[in-house]
Structure formats: structure tokens, C-alpha cells
Write a protein that binds this ligand. Sequence first.
Ligand code: DAH
Length: 345
Amino acid sequence: MNISETIQELRQRFEAELASVENRDAVEKLRVAYLGKRGEVTQLLAGLKSLSGEEKKEFGQKINLLKRDVEGRIAEHIEAVKKAEEERLILGAEQYDVTLPSLHPHTGSYHPITLVQRELEEIFSSMGFTVEDFKEIVTDYECFEALNIPKHHPARDMQDTYYLDNGQLLKTHTSAAQNSIMRKYGAPLRAIFPGRCFRNESTDASHENTFFQMEGIMIDTDISISNLIYFMKTMLSKVFRQDVEVRLRPGFFPFVEPGFELDISCHICGGKGCSTCHGSGWIELCPCGMIHPSVLRAGGIDPEKYTGFAFGLGLTRLAMMRYGIKDIRDLNSGDLRVLSQFTHE
Ligand code: DAH
């Protein structure tokens, strides 16, 4: 092989090897193999020494051209490899197949009690009620005393209460906010106050130690039982998306006089009688009544001038009825298979 052929062969071999190089280390190895101290191009240049003047000139030019070309090609290749590496970094180490269908993004859902609560808040707001938030730790006065439930009154036994060391307690019913709200706004007053309540109960399918209620009060001059019936009927017809009949039965609660249990016509059979309503056509829904004069007075409202009604809706119970949930414990379980099924229609 003469020198020209050697140069030609070297050029071809170098190009072939360069084509299969994929990372910076491999390019560096290739550079050393051709341009390093003992590299093939370097040796070829060293071999010039033994040539005659004419040959030296001719081949010197050719070899130097080869050397420059090899240097240039290596610099180019280093740039290309760098760029490819950066792109891989941007994409993360993985390669993505952009033609694959996407994974479903996880979308959250509202808890059924939140759904019912929001719906009620909307309905009551449209009837002129304000929505009030109230603390969960309350005083004995707020929870009992101000509601006409004095110490040693047997009504206190109705609720097994979680007491704190400082004498305060976890509110056992949303009625505990009545006094503060009356004091805050005075009369006339229309307010609802949803909230979490706690009772020291053993749990089963229909009892939980933590549950939600929504209390409502309306106080004005000349408020009567017919106002109570009207508001409850209007509100419940919206919740159940059908005309609901309501009836009142006497019930005793120290903070209302008279007190009632409010029943609604069964939303499953429309009042004809079915297994849900045990054949009676009626379902017990919530206690209510006309606010006791002592409770108004404790709230700074003159019972000679004002009257009002109050009701204590079981939000948890309403959510169970509305969505056909059989076991109350499912609502507190945090089990997303159960809880993510409900939507606001
Ligand atoms: N606070 C009562 C309870 O949880 C429920 C109640 C009864 C609320 C009568 C009222 C009412 O506003 O008028 O047991």
C-alpha cells in the first residue's frame, strides 16, 4: 500500500468508526486512537521524516489535511453527542412514546356530606339565610346552659359528651352556636350553621361518634309554626327534587317550646308505603320547634317582641337518604372507592 492508499484507508476506517460512536467517552477514545501521541494519524506524520524532499511536501500536505479533517469531524461529533445527551436529560432518563394513550389523570370528588351541605347552603341562601361557621370546641354554657339545659337536667344524659380537661367540650350538637349567633346579629335573624358534632357513642351502621348537622334559626316579629312548615317544605322539596309533604309530631327538647319531630312523605314511594318507610308513607327527618323564650332571652333577644323557629337537620343522615348509603361508617372511612361515586347533579 502506498501512502496515498494508506491515507484513503485511514479516512474510511475513521468515518466508519465515528458513525458507531454514541457517547463522549467513545469519541474521546477515537480521538486518542487517531490523533493521540501514538495515534494513527500522528504516526503517519512522524513517518514523513524518512521521505525525500518532494514526497515530504506532497504527502505532508495530504496527511495534514487528513489530520484537520479528523479533528473537525471529532469536534462536530462531540457537539452532536452533547446535544443528544441534553435532550435525554430534558425528557428524563426515559424515552417516551408519544403515540401511546395518556394515563387518566386522577380527579378528586367531593364528599357526599359536602355535596348535601353545599346544596342546602345554596337553597337557604336563596331564602335570605346567612351561612355561619362555628368552632368545634365549645363551653358548657354554649352547649347546654344557654339552651335551657341546666346542670343536672336529665336532658344532659341524652348526649354522651367528650369533655376536655379544661372543662370545655366537643360540641354535641350545632345548637351550641345558637347563643353566639343571636348575640352577634340580634333580631331579626335568619341563619344556618352547618358543623361537625361529636358524641361518645359506640358505632354501628347508623351511629358514629362524629357526624354532621345543620342548624337553622329564623327570628322575627310574628314568626309562627306555619313559617317553620313552609320553609322546611320548600327546602326539602328542592333537596329531594320532588314535592315533599311534611308533618309535625310533638317532641321534647328543652330549647324549643313547642318542640316537634318533623316527618317527610317518603321520597321513595311518594307516601304510598314501602320498605324504606316501613309501610307508613312517612320518614322521620329532623327535630325542630319554636325557640324557647329563655333561649331568646339568653341570646339578648326580647321574647315579648320576637319569636322564632329552630331546626337541627342531620346532614349525615340526609346524605345517606339522598344517596342511598346504608352504613354511616362508610362516610367516615376515607375509602375512595365508596366516596368518589357521588356527584352533584
Ligand atoms: N340539637 C338537637 C340534637 O342534636 C337537635 C335539635 C332539636 C335542634 C330541636 C333544634 C331543635 O334546633 O329545635 O339533639
